[in-house]
Design a protein. Structure first.
Length: 318
């Protein structure tokens, strides 16, 4: 039994070294320092990872510590899907690990023969995932945007994902050609009645998979940094109790959507409560712990991809 445990531990170390080398992009010297082993040991671990095919283009051997964290999160929040990836000690906010796993589920979904609808949010993690998807010829599938991608100054978001994924898959795609926010609730309601917009929203409502980023609602909120909401609008949502957002929809610490503020003028597809189709949030970082925890608690998500440090912080905060 001890021999079996030692072998599993050795494979875990090899998988972690392989992840740091092939996915996070560290040198063997850097890996040796991170894992507190000699350079020769780091080199042997990377070689073992390759020899045992623990990693090909993606990590194939789930690391025990990550699996245990994922199991605890699934149990605590009744999740359908959860993956926890290693934390990169040199870049704890790096989205490389979660992007790799999110790309994996996108590819798995899009390689099915049954016609499938994939709905995407915006943001750095989702964009990074799309960039890692291998070219696939799947014209029977559909890709649809969950969020308007035009900011207040009329510019399009750099982190729009639908067109990019369509380029890689040849799938039919449906962008959301709307401003992120309208000037009033009445104007928003009128825009959503326009036939092409209503058709896009109808496709999104039938999505089999939703992949979204999770944003914090603080002074460093990406929706503000990226120009989608003003400082005054952000501060108003914070006063209303917002701790996070999914595709712009702000929610409080219990995961309840805010009844007011920018939510009244938002054009994005609202989250289903509770989430019905597989709805996965991809996010890392201590700043996002409160937002991720609230989204899980409020059942806005039924799936999560995060890293060890973030997963541990979510569990400790519960």
């Amino acid at each position: 039994m001890a021999s079996s445990d030692n072998e599993k531990s050795r494979l875990d170390e090899a998988a972690r070294a392989g992840w740091l080398y092939f996915i996070a992009g560290h040198t063997q010297d850097e890996i040796a320092k991170m894992l507190k082993v000699s350079r020769a040991s780091a080199q042997r671990l990377v070689s073992l990872c390759l020899a045992e095919r623990l990693i090909t283009f993606r990590l194939e051997h789930p690391i025990t510590a990550c699996m245990e964290l994922a199991a605890r999160l699934k149990d605590l929040f009744h999740l359908v899907y959860c993956e926890v990836v290693p934390t990169d000690p040199a870049a704890p906010l790096s989205a490389a690990g979660i992007a790799e796993r999110a790309a994996n589920i996108l590819e798995t979904t899009l390689r099915t023969e049954k016609p499938t609808i994939v709905a995407l949010g915006t943001g750095r993690a989702v964009r990074a995932a799309v960039e890692r998807v291998s070219p696939i010829d799947c014209p029977n599938h559909q890709i649809v945007s969950l969020v308007g991608n035009i900011s207040a100054d009329g510019s399009a978001s750099f982190f729009d994902t639908v067109g990019r994924l369509a380029d890689r898959t040849k799938a039919r795609h449906y962008p959301m050609p709307l401003p992120f926010l309208m000037s009033s609730e009445r104007e928003r309601d009128q825009m959503l009645k326009i036939d092409p917009i209503a058709r896009v929203r109808a496709v999104a409502a039938k999505a089999d998979l939703r992949l979204v980023g999770v944003g914090q609602m603080d002074r460093q909120a990406q929706v503000h940094i990226d120009g989608f909401v003003s400082r005054e609008e952000l501060l108003e949502m914070m006063r209303l109790g917002a701790v996070g957002e999914l595709t712009g929809w702000a929610f409080d610490e219990e995961g309840h959507l805010i009844k007011g503020g920018t939510n009244l003028r938002l054009t994005s597809i609202p989250p289903r409560v509770p989430a019905e189709a597989l709805t996965i949030g991809a996010a890392v970082g201590r700043a996002k712990v409160a937002a991720i925890r609230a989204a899980l608690k409020g059942r806005l998500l039924n799936g999560l991809i995060t890293d060890e440090a973030t997963a541990s912080a979510i569990l400790k905060s519960n």
